[in-house]
Design a protein around this ligand. Structure first.
Ligand code: ATP
Length: 253
């Protein structure tokens, strides 16, 4: 019997190189169950590369990625998604000719017998419909369920992306700049949704440039600069960390 719960996500000395460029150097990082963790750092610091390594889009040059203490480092992306890691992207990746509702249906894993998977969507498993309804309501998207993704304002498109990622009941959600381009009220809605998702048991790792947003939301922050972890801690610790201030002040932003 183990008395200590393993972290939901653990990166152990992960290095990723592209030719001679060290995008990540021995990065170690943990996200505990029901924790919201922020990954911050100047442009080119290695944040997106970290997401790509976690999700299997890139293979780590060395080091290990563990989900609930099981190594997923060498798994292909679809297996990692099935194991419980879902993500959103910096640039919205919705299907422009599909409705909000259809996005929530196709986001769910196919679990029925093979023949059933070939049937049209309306014959889908009732559990799939039920889950899509649940997520639609949770995200307050009921009014736009039949709208095509491309017809929605930007803030709502981002919300649909997040809803889609949640539909498959992930253990860990990776959000790449979830409030980029949003006004204050829209960002506040997303913050509230993230806190509610944490209450529901989800762990979240997010990349975000909006400092006020991460400081006001995250339990822990990791700060990268040139692929190296330069600080980690609670937002109040990071706010005054000299290495962090240096990294940000050195950047013309
Ligand atoms: N596919 C790739 N091929 C070559 N170099 C890459 C590749 N992906 C990332 N890099 C390099 O790795 C480094 C880290 O890039 P990354 O995109 O992870 O940074 P970032 O922190 O996400 O930046 P931003 O905030 O601008 O999105 C950069 O030097 C980048 O040029």
């Amino acid at each position: 019997m183990t008395l200590i719960t393993p972290p939901r996500l653990k990166l152990d000395r992960v290095t990723k190189t592209f030719g001679g460029v060290y995008a990540l150097t021995e990065l170690s990082l943990e996200v505990a169950p029901r924790q919201i963790v922020g990954l911050i750092g100047p442009n080119g610091a290695g944040k997106t590369t970290t997401f790509n390594v976690i999700t299997g889009a890139y293979r780590a040059t060395s080091g290990t990625v563990l989900l609930d203490a099981h190594a997923v480092t060498s798994e292909p992306s679809h297996r990692i998604a099935r194991a419980g890691i879902m993500r959103t992207f910096q640039n919205i990746r919705l299907f422009s000719d599909m409705t909000v509702w259809e996005h929530l249906l196709v986001a769910q894993p196919h679990t029925g017998p093979f023949a059933r998977r070939l049937l049209p969507m309306r014959f889908s498993n009732p559990h799939v419909i039920e889950r899509a309804e649940e997520v639609l309501e949770f995200f307050g998207l009921g009014d736009v369920r039949n709208r095509l993704a491309r017809s929605l304002p930007y803030g709502l498109q981002r919300k649909v992306e997040m809803a889609r990622a949640v539909t498959a009941r992930p253990k860990l959600l990776l959000l790449d700049e979830p409030v980029a381009g949003m006004n204050h009220d829209e960002a506040e809605t997303i913050r509230t949704l993230m806190l509610r998702l944490r209450e529901e048991g989800l762990s979240i790792l997010l990349i975000e440039h909006d400092m006020a947003f991460v400081m006001n939301l995250c339990d822990q922050l990791y700060v990268l600069d040139f692929g190296v972890l330069i600080a980690q801690g609670r937002p109040d610790e990071i706010r005054t960390n000299p290495a962090v201030l240096d990294a940000y002040l050195g950047q013309a932003a």
